[in-house]
Design a binder for this molecule. Structure first.
Ligand code: PLP
Length: 370
């Protein structure tokens, strides 16, 4: 009998779908000893990038390191500034601060929760080098507006695609038109590994070469190092598992889209604010977010019925204790702050059933107030 509780993401069902293939490929990795580098990583790099029609691709250890090596490969230096959103996971800013680059936050759009392009120019200073849009919840940012500003001010655009595998903007996958993109395969992401893993798309052979070296000890060959890099490699086992899961990602994505549409229709008819797509985009709904005015009450009601919900994210980056030194204060980004107080995430994943979705909706609507 299946446990009747509903998790935010049903990784157990996802595993069951590919169980025999996953277990046998893990066995193969052990038999071959292809733990580091090796054929599975190469296959995955080729497969993931050819699906994107991207030329320069590198697997790496996680999404945070993917962002960091990309910034390093673009030669960002301590004191440089990057414009980004405060409405994201901590790692977006952390990857910058690890190399001394200063995140400058800009408020978000109230409907898409993505960075508001019309507020970017005011945040540009002589030290600004790049814009890092985050396709939060799998909703692509308003990329045309962002590219236009970047071009005008000669800034790089580096995408945080950690939540947006195979989302499209103007019919092209996110991560393929900019100066580089970072992906995460954290297990709960739309495409998840059996542990930590990440990926980088580079815009040119030159940046790609530097990304590769940064990931693998600045190596040019086994014992010759022509720069100081680090160890941010993806494990062979992760690549092998991802290769298998990649077969289902587009199907899982379509299921997420269907659930998001049906959630949206029902919730909007009851007066709720739900996350919306940027015009020209097709989101992949890593998270399905709805705003409520009595969040504590709704969350405890859902919990009492064994339905797992979340808040992504309750504390905006500019108000994080660790980032106090950046000197932001409450009130700086009112749209983001209001959203952070009201949002909650409902379960969504490729393996959610229609029955579960309706059960979640019924339970939510018993208590939630728009
Ligand atoms: C998950 C995530 C990251 C970091 O990825 P890890 O693989 O966990 O290091 C970065 N940015 C965003 C928006 C994320 O959701």
């Amino acid at each position: 009998m299946e446990n009747r509780s509903i998790p935010l993401v049903n990784l157990e069902r996802q595993f069951r779908k590919h169980k025999s293939e996953i277990l046998s490929v893990i066995e193969k990795v052990f038999e071959e000893g292809s733990f580091i580098q090796g054929p599975h990583l190469k296959n995955f790099e080729e497969h993931f990038s050819s699906m994107h029609e991207a030329r320069y691709a590198s697997g790496c250890s996680n999404g945070t390191s993917a962002l960091q090596v990309l910034l390093q490969a673009h030669e960002l230096k301590p004191g440089d500034e990057i414009i980004t959103t405060p409405h994201t996971f901590f790692a977006t800013a952390e990857s910058m601060l690890q190399i001394g680059v200063v995140p400058k936050f800009v408020d978000i759009h109230p409907k898409t929760y993505c960075i508001a392009p019309d507020l970017i120019e005011k945040a540009i200073t002589p030290k600004t080098r790049a814009i890092v849009p985050v396709h939060i919840y799998g909703i692509p940012c308003d990329m045309n507006a962002i590219f236009k500003i970047a071009k005008k001010h000669n800034l790089l655009v580096i995408e945080d695609c950690a939540q947006a595998h195979f989302a499209t903007y103007e019919n092209q996958f996110v991560g393929t038109r900019s100066d580089g993109a970072a992906f995460s395969f954290y297990p709960g992401k739309n495409l998840g590994a059996a542990g930590d893993a990440g990926f980088v798309f580079s815009p040119s052979a030159e940046v790609h070469h530097r990304v590769r070296k940064q990931i693998d000890h600045g190596r040019v060959d086994k014992y010759r190092h022509d720069s100081v890099g680090s160890n941010h490699r993806m494990d062979g086992i992760q690549a092998a598992v991802l290769n298998i899961k990649l077969k289902s990602i587009l199907q899982w994505t379509e299921q997420r889209r269907r659930h998001a549409l049906l959630y949206s229709e029902r919730l909007k008819s009851r007066g709720f604010t739900v996350a919306q797509a940027t015009p020209g985009s097709n989101p992949v709904w890593h998270l399905f977010v709805v705003e409520v005015s009595n969040r504590e009450q709704v969350l405890s009601h859902m919990k009492s019925r064994d339905i797992q919900c979340g808040i992504h994210y309750p504390i905006p980056l500019h108000l994080q204790p660790a980032l106090q030194f950046l000197n932001y204060s409450k009130g700086d980004f009112p749209v983001c702050e209001r959203a952070s107080d009201r949002i909650m995430s409902l379960p969504i994943c490729g393996e959610l059933t229609d029955g579960e979705r309706e059960q979640i909706m019924d339970c939510f609507l018993e208590k939630a107030i728009p």
